[in-house]
Design a binder for this molecule. Sequence first.
Ligand code: UVW
Length: 329
Amino acid sequence: MTRWTRRPEGSNWGEFGDDDQLGRLNLITAERRLAATREVREGIAFPLSLPLDFPRGEYALGPRKPPVLASTPLGHNHRFLPTVPDVVSDDLAVLHLQYSTQWDSFAHHGGVFDLDGTGEPAICYYNGYRADVDVIGDPAGSVPPHADALGIETMAQTGVQGRGVLVDLERAVGHERVAVGYEMLAEVMAEQHVTVEAGDILCVHTGLTAIMLDLGDDLTQEKLNSCAVLDSQDHRLLQWITDSGLSAIVADNLAVEPFSLDPAPGAESVLPLHTHCLFKQGIPLGEMWYLADLAHWLREHERSRFLLTAPPLRLPGAVGSPVSGVATV
Ligand code: UVW
C-alpha cells in the first residue's frame, strides 16, 4: 500500500516496494553475501563491541544510562532442590538500548513532511510509515512505545551479514576533530585503496571508542569531542552516500556526524546525516562500535575488506539495539 503521494527530496522511498522496511539492506543479496565470505582468508575474528557499560565518565551523565543488572527471583547461586547439586544463576537487565555500541533502526529517526500535499505535514519515517499508526508512543510517555513497523526486529530478521569495508580516518588525521566531507573522504579512500560497492557496509574508524575504553571513568567532554566525524553539512558527501549503493554506515564515534543542540538558524535537521540515511534512504547507522583492533590489523596487512556479521537483538517494537558484531578477515 502506498503511504504517500509526495516523497522527500533526495529520498528513495518506494524503490524497494511500497511496504519495504529494509531500505538499502535489500542490496545485501545472496551473491554479495557469498562474495563477502571470500574476504575470509585467515580465519581471524575481531569482536566489534565495547563492553556495554562503556562509555563511562562524562558520557554516563547523559540521558541514556549504563545497564543495571539484577537477579530474577531465581537469584544467583540458587540451588533448585536441596536433594540434588544443580545450581543456577539468572539475570535481568535494565538496558538503555542505545547507550553503548548500537544499531539505529529507521524507526529511530524520522522527519516532518507533507506526504499528500494537503498542507498538513505528518510526523513520519522511512517510506512514509507514520507516527501514531506505525511507530506508536507520545513524547509525554502516556502511551507505551512500540514500533509496529521499521523496528529493530525487522533488521534482525535479515541477519545483517555482508561485506564490511573500513576507511581509516584515524590513520589519516589522528585524533584531531575534523569534519570529513566528500573531498577528504575520497582522498583518504584513494590513498588507502578503499572502494565501496553496492551492498557494502561502510565502517568508519576514528579511534574514539578506543579512547573511551582507555580512559574509563576519566573520559571527559573534551575527549568525547575529539576524533573525526563525517561532515553532514556537505551535500556532496550525502549525494555520494546515495550514489555509492552502500547498505549501512557504522562508526566508532557517538553519532557518525557532529551533534549540536544549537543548530544554525534555518537548518533542515539537527542531524542531517541521520535524516539522509535513516529517513530518506533507508540506510541503518551503527554508532560507538569498537573498530580499533580490526583497523590496526587491516592497516598492517594493507587490507580494507572483511566479512561482517552484526545482527541486532530481535526485540519486537524496539527502535535501536546493542550489537556485538564480528568481523572475520
Ligand atoms: C545521538 O546520540 C545524537 O545519536 P543517536 O540518537 O543516533 O544515538
